[in-house]
Design a protein. Structure first.
Length: 408
């Protein structure tokens, strides 16, 4: 048994090699993330010989170059959650934080949990790419919110209330929002108010036909009335038009990017074996389904459903010491905040649809009828959803493994 612990950082990593009994085969040394250094590392580890397992922390994206290179070289590589390494005791009361000490600690972790280490596979590569896309989607969504709020702030000076003319749910297949495209053409309230209703209705109808939106004369009447009663503080000139046009173009560029990210997330998720099962669960849509799969990963790595709930940080762990036993406990929030955000979205969708055949909705509705606080029954619903997710997905994956084994 030869354990290799790698403490990963940006641009370089520290490597230590240990064996049982406290034997340090190779004292910790640094390796740069270059082609030459990584090939030299593979050769050095190969010269050590024996059954070897390499463990490193899941630290951002810095671990990927060294993990992929060692995987290609034929080594057993395991990428472990950094929290597990952090909480692992290296049998020392002295608190030391150096790259060398951390690499030795990771190698000791590998020896301690030798049999439980999970090898990094090609399927994990797909999951990793899906996770990257999911996080990219989240960041891009935050950007779209900031740009949208900036546009609304400008419209309050040129065409107050324009952002509420149609609602944000009216979209094209490209992901554009109707009111955003509308204000690019009718960027000032005087673009509407200074012409007659019939003239505006005709122009509006042609615009709808050209952009692919549905035309309604009732909408034209309503918009014309709102424009005539609005007060603009910015003048109708080329400078104001440029401000609105630039803001709309920036926002639509982000919406185009979001649409591409959604398609790629769905494509990557469809490559995973649990895709059909996840998408069949009520509350998992074309966006939230891939996000759940990205943040949860392979459910087979969790020993039981409670482990998945704890990973999401929506559990309330017991707190008891001696005669004291706490009765009011908060959720741990130890896991992924991205997963909790996705679960909150899923539970919100479930509440909106109020499907009386869905067990998660019935559970949340029961808690709500008991007078529980909004966040209390939402967190309880998230935990219930995860338990159902775990049971259905794991059952499907195990059935598929059995089928593949029988076919082989």
């Amino acid at each position: 048994m030869t354990a290799v612990g790698i403490d990963v950082s940006k641009g370089k990593s520290t490597v230590a090699v240990r064996r049982p009994g406290g034997e340090v085969v190779l004292t910790p040394f640094d390796v740069c993330h270059t082609t030459e250094d990584l090939k030299q590392l593979a050769a050095t580890l190969r010269s050590v010989g024996g059954e070897m397992r390499i463990v490193m922390e899941h630290t951002g994206m810095y671990w990927r170059p060294i993990a992929l290179e060692l995987k290609r070289a034929g080594f057993f590589v395991s990428v472990v959650n950094a929290m597990l390494i952090h909480d692992f005791s290296d049998n020392s009361i002295r608190k030391v934080k150096t790259d060398k000490a951390d690499s030795l600690k990771i190698a000791n972790y590998a020896l301690t949990y030798w049999a439980e280490l999970r090898e990094y596979t090609s399927e994990d590569e797909t999951r990793q790419m899906l996770k990257i896309q999911s996080r990219h989607y989240e960041r891009t969504m935050n950007t779209s919110v900031a740009l949208r709020n900036g546009l609304i702030s400008l419209l309050d000076q040129t065409f107050p209330g324009a952002n509420s003319l149609f609602g944000s749910e009216v979209r094209t297949v490209s992901g554009h929002i109707k009111w955003v495209d509308f204000v690019k053409r009718f960027w000032h309230k005087d673009c509407v108010a200074t012409v007659s209703l019939s003239s505006f209705a005709d122009t509006f109808q042609k615009w709808c036909k050209r952009t692919g939106y549905r035309f309604s004369f009732a909408d034209a009447e309503r918009i014309h009335s709102i424009a005539r009663n609005s007060v603009a503080t910015f003048p109708k000139n080329d400078s104001t038009k440029l401000l609105i046009t630039q803001a709309v173009d920036s926002l639509n560029a982000v919406y185009d990017a979001l649409q591409m990210i959604r398609k790629e997330m769905l494509r990557l998720a469809a490559l995973l074996p649990e895709f059909d099962v996840v998408m069949s669960i009520f509350g998992a849509g074309n966006i939230t389904g891939p996000q759940l799969m990205a943040e949860i990963g392979d459910v087979r790595r969790f020993t039981h459903k409670g482990a998945l709930v704890a990973f999401a940080g929506v559990d309330a762990p017991p707190y008891q010491s001696g005669m004291f036993d706490s009765k009011t406990r908060h959720v741990s929030k130890r896991g992924s905040p991205h997963l909790r955000k996705t679960l909150f979205t899923v539970c919100s969708v479930i509440l909106q649809h109020s499907n009386t055949n869905d067990p998660v909705y019935l559970f949340m509705d029961k808690k709500r009828s008991e007078g529980k606080h909004y966040y209390v029954f939402m967190v309880a619903g998230a935990a219930k959803f995860l338990r159902i997710y775990y049971a259905r997905v794991k059952e499907a994956l195990l059935a598929q493994e059995t089928e593949d084994t029988s076919a082989a």
